[in-house]
Design a protein around this ligand. Structure first.
Ligand code: SAM
Length: 251
């Protein structure tokens, strides 16, 4: 049966649509670009992506006893940054696309976990197979924008966190100033597809990426979605003129 509800959208436009449209597209895109994904990030952000990841990990209250869940963790960019800078008790690295996790597993085999126990699992963030209150910290970078039922994903993150646990979410957002928005939108329209084509040869996949960024709610709206999911102490910090933001929220 088609999983359509008032809450599911087409992540390229933000308009109401059956979830399958976005889910099949995202699986196809990330399967195609998995091997070149990290190189694209480095190039298209002019190296800023590493700074953003470090800030995400800096904002996460991770100690040596923490059980961390990395949602939509892809090739492990967040997981391995956590392992390097704030080694926790364990990280469960989850994602919807097996090809992305395959790259993460190669990095795991190469020692990128720095001795931290890391497991990988194919998981849909909108319907997670974990018990309530299983994790101390949930991280997610550039994941929520690709999900057609974002409210379901936020409810799931809330459910699997322990009381007092923290969600730390990094996402592309909307620069607050009009002049910054103008240049940012121009870069999304022409720069991102050009970098995508250069790094992977798949220009169309990056036209989607740029559209999904433009269609994503602004920082305040996303903060209110976290509150709606049950979180308190919701805060965000803009990075690089608000091109990206980190939201933190406590259960
Ligand atoms: C832009 S990548 C981000 C990967 C990683 N977090 C990083 O920082 O590089 C987006 C990831 O979200 C995953 N994703 C999309 N929808 C998902 C869902 N419903 N559940 C879990 N992962 C999902 C994709 O498979 C993809 O690996």
């Amino acid at each position: 049966m088609t999983k359509t509800s008032v809450e599911t959208i087409d992540t390229a436009t933000g308009a109401a649509a059956p979830a399958e449209i976005s889910e099949e597209r995202v699986l196809g895109i990330f399967t195609e670009i998995a091997e070149q994904y990290e190189r694209f990030n480095r190039c298209s952000s002019f190296g800023q992506d590493r700074k953003w990841l470090n800030r995400l990990v800096y904002s996460a209250p991770i100690d040596a006893g923490a059980r961390v869940l990395d949602v939509a963790g892809g090739t492990g960019e967040v997981t391995f940054t956590v392992c390097a800078h704030k080694p926790p008790a364990s990280v469960l690295l989850t994602d919807f696309t097996p090809a992305m996790l395959k790259v993460a597993e190669q990095r795991l085999a190469a020692g990128d976990a720095c001795g931290v126990p890391v497991e990988t699992m194919v998981v849909d963030a909108q319907d997670m197979p974990f018990d309530d209150e299983s994790f101390d910290v949930v991280t997610m970078a550039y994941g929520i924008r690709n999900m057609p039922d974002r409210r379901a994903a936020l409810r799931e993150i809330y459910r699997v966190l322990v009381p007092g646990g923290t969600a730390c979410i990094l996402e592309f957002t909307t620069p607050p100033l009009a002049i910054e928005r103008f240049f940012y939108n121009a870069y999304l329209r022409w720069g991102i597809p050009a970098w995508g084509s250069h790094c992977t040869g798949k220009r169309d996949d990056f036209v989607y990426l740029a559209k999904s960024i433009r269609a994503f709610p602004d920082q305040k709206t996303f903060a209110s979605m976290l509150v709606d999911a049950g979180f308190s102490s919701v805060e965000y910090v803009n990075l690089t003129f608000g091109a990206v933001a980190i939201h933190t929220a406590v259960k």
